[in-house]
Design a protein around this ligand. Structure first.
Ligand code: COA
Length: 538
């Protein structure tokens, strides 16, 4: 494979300015993550200690093998929503290693409103289960939750992808043979009681853990019966009498130890072999990405400079270099794993779409995971291109992306606009994981462009209705809210708060995160049984 030759001038003003800018964005991200991990009220922390419970992070640390990475999912979910304090949507989830085996962790944070589940918490719970299902990873639920966050109950309860789906998924996962191990580490009420009930094995902590469909206040209100939480659903009730729980633990530490023992006793994972090589670092320092990513998202640059800082040895076998050159396609290795990369280098034309379609088919046939580096304003528009069939060629690419069955990974490294988002494997196209860089932007189109479209429509309407020219003050009135909304809702933080992605990445860490994700994906068969494509419009 050829080594990508970098043409970056590290002494240029542009490089230095970019470096400063992107470094600042990375610092901001670090601060945001720090807040999400540590900003808890003294009251909640005090209550936790009174109950002799560990924090969610202490639990996770004890659960995972020492000095192994934890790939956290959506740590900034629900950022800025509700009272601004429901960090991570009230739960921590991710992929970690227990006794050398990759598992999904799903843990309520009892220091955020008693671990209750907000609407975004439901979304994150479902996403976490999807990761477990798609990658066939055992899932460990550390449950400590008062169930639904009652003031928002109508947004959590009745719909197809609301709370009930969590337990529906548990039944499906059980059928699929995905191990589900649950720790009862707090008073698990109502919905939270169903998680242990639907799991394969339940470890129950004495005194602090309880499972009941209705807590003592509800029982009193409904039947007049006075009962303590422990008498109603404690470890003795469920381990000795009801049989709901399978193992009794004296405290959090003991509970986590039992869970580790259960994982150790599982049959070994059957990971897929895809021809992994000896990993090698890139030839160029990934930190240089700070100097390469332009300050202005619309400034063009050669995406090979990014690839050179992500792949092993900066080696890249480029496919159809001279054809459809606004899309760079080719083969490389990341931490020794083979990948097929598709990376934008401009607007998508018919040729680039056709090239993508062919390349995706090749990777899919050969069982090579696909990596999309998305920086796209969309497919080319205009009379000439419509005549040339851009719509049908774009369709072929979108069709191939949608139906390819090898694991797909997407990193939005810049713009993610319009159908470009679809063709480059946006969230709706089922990549196993999708992340954003802090500089990236997402939307149907940029704010300026959307505002111009709306002004043009209004101008035409005025003319048609004989009202003459559109007054200047109305132009501003139309433009401003559209531009402001795009500014507010098009950035990476808004995206990640809404769980449109699995997290924001510090660009130099992209390679490490991808290697963890690819490794996790190999727990599932490399291709599904439904391999094949629909009809390509010719
Ligand atoms: N909805 C909304 N907020 C809730 C809640 C719920 N279901 N359950 C608890 N909270 C809030 C409390 O109001 C409190 O808020 P504050 O910090 O602003 O005062 C916070 O969560 C902690 O609750 P607290 O009772 O002080 O802590 P705890 O550790 O002693 O008990 C629970 C936590 C969850 C076990 C307990 O609050 C409880 O039993 N809640 C009711 C559970 C329930 O009936 N759920 C039915 C859902 S369908």
């Amino acid at each position: 494979m050829q080594v990508i030759e970098s043409k970056i001038d590290k002494s240029s003003i542009e490089y230095k300015e970019n470096f400063e800018h992107n470094r600042r964005l990375a610092e901001e991200l670090k601060k945001e993550l720090e807040i999400a991990h540590t900003d808890r009220s003294d009251k909640a922390l005090k209550r936790l200690r009174e109950q002799n419970k560990l924090t969610v992070w202490e639990r996770i640390e004890l659960l995972l093998d020492p000095n192994t990475p934890f790939l956290e999912i959506a740590p900034l979910a629900a950022r800025g929503m509700y009272d601004g304090k429901v960090h991570g949507a009230g739960m921590v989830s991710g992929i970690g290693v227990v006794h050398g085996r990759e598992v999904v962790v799903y843990a309520n944070d009892p220091t955020i409103k008693g671990g209750t589940v907000y609407p975004m918490g439901v979304k994150k719970a479902l996403r976490t289960q999807t990761i477990s299902m798609e990658n066939r990873l055992p899932i460990i639920y550390l449950v400590d939750s008062g169930g639904a966050y009652l003031p928002l109950q109508s947004e959590i309860f009745p719909d197809a992808d609301d709370g009930g789906r969590i337990f529906y998924n548990q039944a499906q996962m059980s059928k699929m043979g995905i191990p589900q191990i649950c720790a009862v580490m707090g008073l698990c009420t109502a919905g939270a009681a169903y998680i242990p009930a639907m799991s394969d094995e339940v470890v129950h902590v004495q005194k602090t853990g309880a499972i009941f469909l209705g807590g003592p206040p509800l029982v009193k209100a409904a039947t007049g019966e006075e009962v303590t939480a422990d008498e109603l659903g404690g470890a003795e009730v469920h381990c000795i009498h009801s049989g709901v729980s399978d193992y009794m633990a004296v405290d959090d530490e003991h509970c986590i130890q039992i869970i580790r023992d259960i994982v150790k006793a599982l049959p070994p994972p059957q990971k897929v072999e895809i021809g992994q090589r000896e990993p090698r670092p890139p030839l160029y320092d990934p930190e240089e990405l700070y100097g390469i990513i332009p300050k202005n998202i619309m400034t063009p640059y050669d995406v090979r400079e990014v690839i050179a800082r992500i792949v092993d040895g900066s080696e890249f076998l480029e496919f159809k270099t001279l054809y459809g050159d606004t899309l760079v396609c080719g083969w490389a290795y990341i931490f020794g794993y083979p990948v097929g990369i598709l990376a934008n280098n401009g607007v998508l034309f018919s040729e680039s779409a056709l090239k993508a379609t062919q390349f995706i088919q090749l990777c899919d046939k050969r069982g090579i995971p696909l990596l999309f580096l998305q920086n796209i304003t969309g497919y080319i528009v205009g009379k000439e291109y419509e005549k040339g069939g851009i719509t049908k060629d774009g369709h072929k690419m979108v069709n191939a992306v949608a139906t390819a069955t090898v694991p797909k990974f997407t990193v939005i490294i810049g713009a993610s606009f319009g159908a470009g988002n679809y063709g480059m494997c946006g969230r709706a196209y089922a990549p196993r994981f999708l992340w954003m860089w802090p500089n990236s932007r997402i939307g149907v189109m940029g704010g300026e462009q959307a505002a111009d479209v709306m002004v043009t429509i209004k101008r035409e309407q005025f003319k048609r209705e004989g009202k003459g020219e559109l007054p200047e003050e109305l132009v501003e009135k139309i433009r401003r809210p559209i531009i402001e909304a795009a500014e507010r809702e098009g950035n990476a933080y808004y995206s990640t708060a809404n769980l449109w992605d699995d997290g924001i990445l510090d660009p130099p860490k992209t390679r490490d995160v991808l290697s963890l994700a690819i490794s996790a994906s190999l727990n599932a068969p490399i291709r599904s049984d439904v391999y094949g494509y629909g009809t390509f419009r010719m």
